[in-house]
Structures are given as C-alpha cells and as structure tokens.
Design a protein around this ligand. Structure first.
Ligand code: ADP
Length: 435
C-alpha cells in the first residue's frame, strides 16, 4: 500500500494542442489527488478540459507535460484499473442485457463457466433483475444506462470515471440511478475504491461527492477544490444542502465581495433595498449566449449596443443583471463571463432554471417575498398586498415594475407562481411542500 491511501495523483499536467501555428493550452498545471474512498466531482464549463483530463488520467492520452501516478507508480499506457462510463453507453443492440454484460467479462478474461453467474449478479445489483433476456431496444434510457453501469462494474474498476453519466436521462431516471449508484458506493458492495465524476450539474455534484473540484477555461485550470461536509444520504431540500450549493455557485461566479454589500438589505431592514433591473430572462440569456461565442468570453460594453441592436440603457441593465447574478464580471469597460455564466450559457433549459433559481434566492428582495409567502396562509398573497408592502421601499412609479420583475424571474425559476385571474402570488409546489 502506498502512502496515505493515494490512488491517483496528477502532477503538473499540461496539455497543449497545436493547430497550424496556433498553440492552445487546454490544461495548465493541473495537480489533483484522489484518495481511496473518495468521490470527487469535477465541475466547469465546456472546453475547460474535463474530457482531456479524463483521457489523460485513464492513460488514453499522454499529456504534453506532467506525470500521472497510480498507486505511486508512474502510469505508462492505458490504466488497467480505471473505467469510464460515458453519457450514453453504447450497447450491442443484437445482444441481450445479459449477453452485453457477459461480453465485458469475457473481454476481461473471466472463464466462460463463471460469466453468466457474475453477469446475473451485476444486473441484479444495478436493479435490473428480471430484464436479463431483454434487448436494449426494449429498455428505457435509464435502464440502458444501468446496463452501462453493470458493464463498467463487470470490469471491477478500482477507479470509476463517470463522464456526465446522468445528463442524457430524464429527471426521474437520473435521480433513481444516482440513488442506486450511491447505495452501491456507500455500502461498499462494489470493488470501486474511488469515483471521479465529470458533471455540469452543481446540485448533482453536491448531492454525491465528497469533494468538488471547479475548473475554468482559457486556459483550462483548477480554480477551487472544496470539501463537502454533509452526511449521506443527502437531502436536497435542507438548509445545509442549499448553503453548500450556494458556496459552490459563489466559487463558479468568482465572487470576492462581501455579499451583503453588493446585494443591499431586505425590505424592512436598515439600509438600502436594491432594486432589480427590469430585464427579461430571454434578453439576459441572449447576452450570455452571445458572450460565450466571443473570443475569451468577453466584449467591450460600449460595442454591445451596436452588436446586439439594443439601446444602451438596456445594455447597462443587462450588464448589471449579469454581474448581480454572478454570470459576468465588469472591468475597465469590458464584460467577461464567469465560469458560472459560461455554464448557464451552455446549460439545458432545466439546468438554467436551477442555476437561475439558486442565484436569485440570494437577492434580498426575492428572499423577502419568499419568506412572506412561506408564512402566508396557503402560501399565497394578493398582488395588491405585495405591492403595498413594496411601496414602503420604492418610489410609486417603480413599484409595479419591481413587482413585474419579481414575478417574471420567480416564475422562470419556478419559485413563485402568479395567477392572472385571481391576481394572487403563491409559492411553487416544491417550495411549499418542502416546509
Ligand atoms: P471539456 O470536456 O471540458 O468540454 P475538452 O477536454 O473536450 O473540454 O476540450 C478542452 C479544449 O481543448 C477545447 O477548447 C477543445 O476544443 C480543445 N481540444 C480538445 N481535444 C483537442 C484536440 N485533439 N486537438 C485540438 N484541440 C482539442
């Protein structure tokens, strides 16, 4: 056994790609250690080098510089102790579930007479008992991915690498497969000693991992390595969970300022309540997508008005919103996306909503409204009543605009609902149920 249970060690990994005369640093000085028993999640926007890093640490690719150590020994060639599960796992359509798993055992040199029993046991462990003789086309996406896991397990990898294994699944299948993997992992019923999971999903990372490593791009590098001190099994709807999720978002947003200074105070508390910029989500998304296409994810603010064909007041409101939510930083007249902004620009509709919801929950005005609705009978309030409360904070002309933004943002984030007919605001179900 090597020192301190270190399974994998990346030392000063550098990856440079060249195309023509251009040299491009895809990974810059990556140092990362995985110990036995650890589940590490790797987060970061597309292009920050996550796939490259996975290929390097499994030995499928040799880095331009640096060393990969496995159990203290320098890795040469493919790492026989590591397996990668990809986003969509290719199964052989003409083979049954059982045969697909048996094939992995055969490739590993398991004798024919042992294969069926071992494969049946693996299929059972991922919760597919009874589907041994089904063909892939008969299975749902979630079930196919389970067969993928069973095949990966057949190799009995010490190091299991997961490359966004749940992102191609629907919400329910993804959650059930996450739970099953966590059960296998925590109960120690698989021989895997460490897991490294590439993810785009911050909540997923906090739900599963002991450590979250955050990367950013241009050049691809590690910007934070954070331990997640929450007991398993973790519950999404608890304050502790949300607090950690918030911290990870703050890391991705590159937040340095004391939050209270930047965000203002709640209505009714001393200090100024910051008004929300009157910006639609569609416009904000448009700006972030536009910036993510630009070199260096940045642009001169004064150019945006012309390029996006919107007036300069609107540009300033959009820039202010992007900064307020931690999607961009502004310096010397330039706006530049943060890792969080890049993540948002690339995310699916559902993931965008989740990111947006987490960010606006920090805003004092949103917190204030959610608190009020939480306390209100049936978690609902008349629009007039909320308006009257806001009149204590803002000039009369601004009140309705503020309320419109709150409703618009709250609806998009699926935190708040508004019924036009009855003119009532209420909490979205998940929040009301979570009490
Ligand atoms: P991620 O998985 O985080 O999206 P990748 O590792 O796929 O990142 O890519 C990191 C960067 O390196 C990207 O800008 C990508 O275009 C570039 N890249 C990846 N593979 C190659 C290659 N074989 N040749 C040139 N550039 C590459």
């Amino acid at each position: 056994m090597n020192e301190n249970g270190k399974l994998l060690e990346l030392q000063h990994i550098q990856q440079i790609y060249t195309s023509g005369t251009r040299r491009f640093t895809a990974l810059q000085d990556i140092n990362l250690t995985l110990k036995e028993g650890e589940f590490v999640a790797l987060l970061g926007p597309s292009g920050c080098g996550k796939s490259t890093l996975l290929r390097i640490l499994t030995g499928l690719q040799k880095p331009s510089e640096g060393r990969v150590l496995y159990r203290g020994e320098e890795l040469r060639g493919v790492n026989p102790y590591a397996t990668i599960v990809f986003q969509t796992f290719a199964l052989f359509p003409w083979l049954t579930v059982l045969e697909n798993v048996e094939l992995a055992l055969k490739a590993r040199g398991v004798p024919a007479e042992e294969r069926t029993a071992r494969a049946t046991d693996l299929i059972d462990r991922v919760g597919l008992d009874g589907f041994e003789n089904a063909f892939p086309r008969e299975l749902s996406g979630g079930m196919r991915q389970k067969v993928g896991f069973a095949r990966a397990m057949a190799v009995e990898p010490e190091l299991l690498c997961l490359d966004e294994p749940f992102s191609a699944l629907d919400v329910l299948s993804a959650e059930s497969l996450r739970n099953e993997l966590m059960e296998l992992w925590i109960s120690g019923s698989i021989p895997t000693r460490a897991i490294l999971m590439v993810s785009h999903n911050i909540e997923e990372a906090v739900l599963m991992a002991d450590r979250v490593v955050v990367m950013d791009k241009d050049p691809g590098r590690v910007i934070a390595d954070m331990k997640i001190d929450l007991a398993y099994p973790r519950q999404r709807q608890t304050d502790g969970f949300r607090a950690v999720v918030d911290q990870v978002y703050a890391l991705l947003a590159g937040q340095t300022q004391e939050e209270a200074l930047e965000l203002g105070s709640m209505p009714g508390e001393p200090g100024r309540t910051r008004a929300l910029p009157a910006v639609s989500i569609a416009d904000l998304s448009g700006l972030l997508e536009y910036l993510s296409e630009k070199a260096g994810d940045q642009d001169d603010i004064f150019r945006l008005s012309e390029e996006l064909k919107i007036d300069s007041d609107m540009v300033l409101s959009l820039v202010e919103t992007a900064e307020l939510l931690g999607f961009a930083t502004v310096e010397k007249g330039d706006i530049r996306l943060t890792a969080l902004g890049e993540t948002f620009a690339e995310a699916s509709i559902l993931a965008r909503k989740e990111i947006f919801a987490t960010r606006i929950r920090r805003l004092p005005l949103v917190r204030w409204l959610l608190d009020m609705l939480q306390r209100a009978g049936k978690h609902e309030m008349d629009w007039d009543l909320v308006k009257a409360a806001l009149e204590q904070e803002f000039p009369p002309d601004d009140v309705e605009a503020q309320l419109d933004v709150l409703i618009d943002w709250g609806r998009y984030a699926e935190l708040i609902a508004y019924d036009d007919q009855s003119e009532k605001l209420y909490l979205e179900n998940a929040l009301a149920d979570a009490e």
